[in-house]
Design a protein around this ligand. Structure first.
Ligand SMILES: Cc1ncc(COP(=O)(O)O)c(C=O)c1O
Length: 466
């Protein structure tokens, strides 16, 4: 191990001490030729491995930098990175307590804390690979509630329907596919001009579906939508869920951390009215991918829906049986992701995450003000959270197709030039630059610099578009 550790130390030291652009990935044609990717009959020496690791780090974007605005994660959470490395070093498995005793207890603690933040008094949960798996499990729990025999006997011919807003993350479509619902039976209900699910449209849709013989069973709200950061109305969702006997899930993959902040938790008030909740630690909490949780209001439903098999060799009926997390999981082998979540939480406390939310929200307010008071910038949606969707829009251009092409080109050109690295997205038929604030090392000067670069790049590109 020691020679590898020496390589590791040198590579990490060099990476952490060398400044670099946020992105310097060459075009795919050059990238492939610059990497030594081919695997051979004989193994490579240490010097080759070191070169490969350096190339890996050099040509991947650096998501720890303030110029990384592209995805719903950014920055570096030091204790979580260490936790991730130590989890690999120890390499325990989360299916049975005996092979991962400390990690199991850590997972129980973080699940307990997350449940408390959501407001679940008797809840439980499970660390999963991401919001997508959490949303899948939520839909599966909902289906198990109305069709408990489906687990063993298969579908009984009922035509089930699930509802999310038209702004919901695409993982719900994947869930409808995986669960055999059919993606046509996941209905994207209209959202209002703020991007929030419209309760009236939901009721109308459900009534129409009932008249056609469908069985509504699931309502998935989003807390922090992917493009504009909208928060769906929980209380209204609960009322409709009660009226039609629907499972109420909240996808808080992105927005859940507002619950840490006394100042901002109002964005997600009444979270406790939900039946289940998705929370990604690998988004705003800054924990390295992957780490997320499915939280369930009523303890015991996860094993009821997920358990099956493994009793012949793995889940022994011994004194540890009640501590085995495996039966309540969809996985067999499962990494000790709990460690990195727990370690960063231990290090930062609730307060550290609350401060991060508050700081980034203040930065978002600053950025919104700058956009709203700058002549050639135009915001496309309200920004209740840390997503800001806007266009570079000179006064003489009104055509949306041109603006879409121009703003896409701005993002691509800036990335080509080494940053800032930001994405584009569309909302309600209009397309713009989607700025995500997830790195709390970002300062107001970085926002000024970013917006100036958008304007300068857009201005330089203008002749290609008019
Ligand atoms: C609102 C929302 N839910 C779920 C997901 C999926 O989460 P994951 O990528 O962790 O599977 C995302 C990802 O961006 C998201 O924005």
């Amino acid at each position: 191990m020691q020679p590898y550790l020496d390589v590791f130390t040198r590579v990490v030291d060099a990476y952490l001490s060398t400044p670099r652009p946020v992105i310097q990935t060459p075009h795919i044609n050059q990238l492939a030729s610059q990497l030594d990717l081919e695997l051979h009959e004989k193994g490579a020496d240490l010097a080759t491995l070191e070169d490969c690791l350096q190339a890996y780090l050099q040509h991947n974007p650096d998501s720890s930098q303030v110029g990384f605005f592209k995805q719903l994660y950014a920055g570096r959470n030091g204790p979580a990175v260490i936790g991730d490395w130590i989890a690999s070093l120890s390499n325990v498995n989360m299916h049975i307590y005996q092979v991962g005793p400390v990690a199991t207890l850590m997972e129980q603690e973080v699940i307990k804390q997350w449940c408390t933040l959501v407001g679940y008094k008797q809840g439980d949960g499970m660390i999963v690979s991401g919001g997508s798996q959490a949303n899948l499990i939520a839909m599966m729990l909902a289906r198990h509630k109305i069709c408990p025999t489906l687990k063993t006997q298969g579908a009984d011919g009922r035509r089930l329907r699930a509802y999310v807003s038209d702004q919901a993350h695409y993982s719900s479509q994947k869930a409808a596919n995986i669960l055999g619902l059919g993606t046509d039976n996941l209905i994207g209900v209209a959202s209002d001009d703020q991007g929030r699910l419209c309760p009236q449209a939901l009721s109308t849709q459900i009534q129409a579906d009932l008249a056609l013989g469908y069985q509504p069973f699931y309502l998935g709200l989003t807390a922090g939508t992917t493009v504009t950061g909208a928060f769906d109305p929980v209380q209204a969702g609960r009322q409709i869920a009660d009226q039609y006997d629907l499972w109420l899930h909240i996808d808080g993959a992105w927005g859940a951390p507002v619950l840490f902040s006394p100042q901002h938790r109002h964005l997600l008030q009444h979270a406790e009215l939900s039946d289940s909740f998705s929370w990604d630690a690998h988004k705003l909490m800054g924990v390295p991918l992957t780490a997320a949780a499915i939280l369930v209001k009523q303890a015991g439903l996860l094993p009821a829906s997920c358990a099956g098999g493994g009793d012949d060799y793995l889940f022994h009926p011994d004194q540890y049986a009640h501590l085995n997390l495996g039966p309540a999981s969809l996985q067999c082998g499962r990494r000790a992701d709990a460690l990195k979540v727990w370690l960063s939480w231990k290090s930062l406390g609730h307060q550290g995450f609350a401060e991060k939310v508050d700081k980034l929200q203040a930065l978002k307010d600053y950025c919104v003000k700058r956009i709203d008071t700058t002549a050639d910038l135009h915001r496309l949606a309200p920004a209740p959270y840390l997503n800001i969707l806007f266009q570079f829009k000179p006064a003489n251009i009104d055509d949306e197709a041109t603006l879409t092409a121009l703003n896409t080109a701005i993002c691509q050109t800036m990335a080509h030039n080494g940053g800032p690295f930001v994405d584009y997205a569309s909302h309600k038929g209009r397309s713009g630059i989607r700025l995500i604030l997830a790195n709390d090392m970002t300062a107001q000067e970085d926002i000024d610099h970013f917006l100036n670069q958008c304007i300068d790049t857009g201005t330089a590109l203008l002749t290609d578009f008019i």
